[in-house]
Ligand binder design. Structure first.
Ligand code: NI
Length: 185
């Protein structure tokens, strides 16, 4: 196991589309997936996409911490997990603003519009098909991570850059303690 170096905004690897992978993973991809989970938990973060550790492969790791979920259908606590070749489909046109941070954009937070409910498909580490309908924070973190695979950062999704702030100044936006302490993705 190893803690990996995280690419920061400006590194070209964060702007390139990632390549789809064949499943199940062989040894080298399996090792990288485990190292990405370790890196995410160490940061600490709630998600990490392969380009953030300088690898242009189409997979993400994420978790859904209990303090961020609404408890609504499709938005419950979930442990660290791997999703390979994720595909997202919005299940509503409704979007909502929520605070996000990114391990590749350290020190900043932004209020980002995301679909409130999505379906996603992909594969787990063993090559089993994963299909879920999720909402709330679960939907948000998967949208954030999958964007990384298309070379997008959360800032690209923001419609109002006056809602971009250093974490220390979030109090001026009325952000509660949970949002201010929330790990980035
Ligand atoms: Ni990120």
């Amino acid at each position: 196991m190893a803690i990996l170096k995280i690419a920061r905004m400006g590194h070209p690897v964060l702007r390139r589309p990632s390549r789809a992978l064949s499943v199940p993973f062989a040894g080298v991809e399996r090792q990288l997936a485990h190292d990405m989970i370790e890196t995410m938990l160490d940061a600490p973060g709630v998600g990490l996409a392969a380009p953030q550790v300088h690898v242009d492969w189409r997979f993400i790791v994420f978790r859904v911490p209990g303090e961020r979920v609404t408890g609504a259908s499709g938005d419950v606590e979930a442990p660290a997990q791997i999703l390979i070749n994720p595909e997202i489909e919005p299940l509503t046109q409704e979007m909502e603003l929520g605070w996000e941070g990114c391990l590749s954009v350290p020190g900043l937070r932004g209020s980002v519009p995301r679909f409130t409910k999505i379906g996603y498909r992909g594969f787990d580490l063993a090559g089993n098909r994963v299909e879920r309908e999720v909402s709330g924070f679960h939907a948000r973190v998967v949208q954030h991570e999958t964007d990384h695979l298309d070379g997008l950062l959360y800032i690209d999704r923001m419609e109002d850059l006056s809602l971009l702030t250093y974490t220390e100044e979030m109090r001026y936006f009325g952000a509660d303690q949970t949002a201010r302490n929330a790990p980035p993705a």
